[in-house]
Design a protein around this ligand. Structure first.
Ligand SMILES: *Cc1c(COP(=O)(O)O)cnc(C)c1O
Length: 374
């Protein structure tokens, strides 16, 4: 037996997915032949068109990171110093840092019970005259049902954006995550489903908003009339994205197949584990397979997964509600649902690079732990 066939805490399943090469180097070579490597090269327009078509939206603006995408969306929505932005307590650090980049104030909102969606009543209580925007977050690529929150926000005239940085291909109520509200922000960092190494993009059907984002991220098009930053994506990275986008449907199918293999044998009765719930007809992209465990078993279950070399985010990244991070501590507010959700979720790798034996091992370990076996 080779090392790669033996899995435990010392030889864990590789959770890093490296997509097979499918012509990236040829596409980069074409960029070199053209000679223009900057974010102004023709391949950028081609990449943005391909993204807009894939997701079925009117415009995509490519930028150099997901953080840049979120920041640029806020600026285009006129989020200014002292303004308030509503953010779910389940948000990881990179979702909320762009609020601080604007000099704005993160207003942390609890999630619904057992859900990643913004809690509509808590949200409503936290809207003020200074509220400029709100964030919906399909974390781990899981569908979020933010319909109630979206209604409250629409009534208050507050724009909602999606941080879909982990949600390429996630389906919610027949639409792709990141295409449902004013703007969808994506990352193409190496750990995401579509990777260009570093990078990101914003999707929107609002052409005026797209123009403002494009203007801001391209130094105000050097007109000297308005402030701008340089968030352009370099041409070789756009070439990688253009090539890999063609494989995204295949990757999504493989992730779903892997997730379903693990879920298939999961005991239904008496199990201490179940998949994080979502509405019928919706589809996670399986950035991770996410299981929830009973609160009374949460700590022991997380410890058991960690001991098996499958550490959940709570132990691996010390993932907790946002206000547990020192930089956001001053914005703390009671969020009991988010506290419970972050403590009771287990994230498992299901990427297409997993070998059959790795997948079988994760399946066997998960089923044993679901039955309460060590
Ligand atoms: C990755 C990520 C970001 C930031 O994207 P970068 O490209 O790393 O700047 C923001 N939000 C979420 C949820 C992410 O997963």
């Amino acid at each position: 037996m080779t090392i790669s066939d033996t899995f435990d805490a010392v030889h864990p399943v590789n959770d890093r997915y490296t997509p097979p090469q499918t012509g990236e180097l040829d596409q980069i070579a074409a960029v070199f032949t053209d000679g223009r490597l900057s974010g102004g090269a023709p391949v950028l327009a081609e990449y943005e068109r391909a993204l807009a078509d894939w997701f079925g939206v009117r415009r995509a603006v490519a930028v150099n990171s997901g953080s840049s995408a979120i920041h640029a969306a806020f600026v285009a929505l006129d989020v200014r110093p002292g303004d308030e932005v509503l953010v779910p307590a389940t948000a990881p650090i990179p979702t909320a840092l762009p609020i601080l980049t604007c000099g704005a104030i993160p207003v942390i909102v609890d999630t619904g019970p057992g859900s990643l969606a913004l809690h509509a009543a808590d949200l409503k209580a936290k809207i003020t005259a200074r509220t400029k925007a709100a964030i919906s977050l399909p974390l781990w690529g899981y569908p979020v049902d933010d319909a109630d929150a979206a209604t409250v926000l629409a009534e208050a005239g507050v724009p909602l954006i999606e941080d879909a940085c982990q949600a390429h291909g996630t389906r919610i109520r027949g639409q792709y995550a990141g295409t449902r509200y004013r703007a969808g922000c994506f990352s193409t960092h190496d750990r995401k489903l579509l990777s260009t190494g570093e990078g990101g993009f914003v999707l929107t059907d609002d052409l005026e908003l797209a123009d403002r984002i494009d203007h801001y991220t391209h130094l105000g098009h050097l007109k000297g009339t308005q402030h701008g930053v340089n968030y352009k994506l370099a041409a070789p990275l756009a070439a990688i994205g253009l090539t890999r986008l063609r494989e995204l449907h295949t990757q999504l199918q493989q992730r779903r197949d892997n997730a379903h293999q693990i879920l298939a044998g999961l005991p239904r009765d008496g199990s201490i584990l179940a998949e994080l719930p979502y509405a019928k007809g919706d589809e996670p992209n399986y950035y991770n397979l996410v299981l929830t465990t009973r609160p009374d078993k949460a700590e022991a279950t997380a410890t058991a997964f960690a001991a098996a070399g499958l550490p959940p985010d709570s132990s691996r990244y010390r993932y907790k509600p946002l206000y547990h991070q020192p930089i956001f501590a001053q914005y703390a507010t009671p969020c009991p649902n988010a506290e419970q959700l972050t403590a009771t979720t287990i994230q498992l790798p299901v990427h297409p690079g997993m070998t059959p034996s790795a997948l079988r091992w994760v399946t066997d370990r998960t089923h044993a732990l679901a039955e309460g076996q060590p």
